[in-house]
Ligand binder design. Structure first.
Ligand code: 6MZ
Length: 348
């Protein structure tokens, strides 16, 4: 559903916890990037999956490669991050955790360190301009790159956790789920956890990753990305579900991403239903709003129309997401106050 989103969902204050920076680049920003780099001969059809279209997950990962070609300087990162933050704010997102994989680009002199510094600069600039959104950053590990790079990334994240005035709050494990194995990344993830970085891990995004999911759930992570195939009804297992429930680990659920990437056959079969019915903390997110041509308001409306949620239930869903954020307790309290303040306006 990519038509008009009802005003209720636009005005609903929202928390976005699962947004990959380079997957979130809008049509308008891609346009600016294409103008900066005409020699690449990149067209819009190569950077987003439009209405009604689907791709295999593998094809989705090809799309990220194209976007990475367009975003390869500090200047690009600054523009992309600033635009993405402002777009989330315009969509009514009050708290955003952005995640991104630090990249080195020898041709342009961008280093992994300057990459993270630039994202932080964008967050600070938006703050100084008074954009009404609290933004934090999760440094991402691409599972493709193995043990050493993962450890390097954790060190970088640790450094910035200490020096970024609370902006870097955690670590994300993502990347093509069919490549690499979680066991190789355990030492890095364990180290991250020990030094106080919060962990959000993509788990069971594709089938047959029971062993890996079990291993990673033992850490345990602070949040789970997708978790599409954790439960027994889709080939997961009760013991995995029990671990998630026992530690009350929130799930970040991205409806359109999973349907367009074909890991979920149709919206009505999305695992949101399984977890939501059990009262488990389930947070609606976008994943890659640019690539999947969506936004968070649309995702809330989709969840509501697919699963028959009332406006009051949707409100509760967005409010409960506050308890799942990685920023400290004081920020949660501020956000809860904000929700209370705007409620009469949203339900007017
Ligand atoms: C796993 C994903 C993803 O890091 O360059 N990424 N990883 N599953 C997904 N489901 C569709 N969507 C995005 O943003 C792009 C990167 O985020 C991860 C991939 O590693 C991708 O290269 P950044 O900002």
């Amino acid at each position: 559903m990519e038509n008009e989103t009802d005003v209720f969902y636009r005005e609903l204050p929202k928390v976005e916890l699962h947004a990959h920076l380079n997957g979130s680049v809008s049509y308008q920003t891609i346009e600016k990037l294409i103008k900066r780099k005409p020699h690449l001969n990149i067209e819009h059809g190569m950077t987003a999956i439009d209405k009604g279209q689907r791709r295999t997950l593998d094809e989705c990962f090809q799309v990220f490669k194209v976007i990475h070609q367009l975003v390869d300087t500090e200047e690009d990162i600054l523009m992309v991050a600033t635009d993405v933050i402002k777009e989330f704010a315009a969509d009514g997102v009050k708290y955003l955790e952005l995640r991104s994989t630090p990249r080195e680009e020898k041709n342009t002199g961008m280093t992994k360190k300057s990459y993270v510094e630039t994202v932080i600069k964008a967050i600070q600039q938006c703050k100084n301009e008074g954009v009404d959104i609290d933004v934090r950053f999760l440094v991402a590990i691409d599972r493709r790159n193995g043990t050493e790079v993962a450890l390097e990334t954790v060190k970088l994240a640790e450094e910035f956790m200490l020096s970024s005035d609370g902006l870097v709050v955690g670590l994300d494990l993502s990347g093509d789920p069919t490549v690499g194995h979680g066991k190789d990344l355990l030492p890095a993830l364990q180290r991250a956890k020990n030094c106080g970085l919060k962990l959000s891990l993509h788990l069971s995004e594709v089938k047959s990753q029971l062993e890996e999911s079990d291993l990673l759930l033992n850490l345990p992570p602070d949040r789970i990305g997708h978790g599409t195939f954790l439960h027994p009804e889709v080939g997961g297992s009760q013991s995995l579900v029990d671990k998630v429930l026992k530690n009350s680990i929130p799930l970040e659920l991205c409806l359109t991403s999973n349907v367009k990437g074909q890991t979920v056959a149709r919206y009505s079969e999305h695992h949101f239903k399984y977890w939501y019915e059990r009262g488990h903390p389930s947070v609606i997110c976008t994943d890659d709003k640019g690539v999947f041509s969506t936004d968070l308001s649309q995702e809330y409306q989709l969840a509501a129309s697919t699963f028959g949620l009332s406006h009051e239930a949707v409100w509760k869903l967005s409010q409960q997401a506050i308890d799942c954020i990685f920023a400290p307790e004081a920020v949660k309290q501020q956000l809860k106050q904000k929700w209370t303040d705007v409620k009469p306006h949203v339900f007017k």
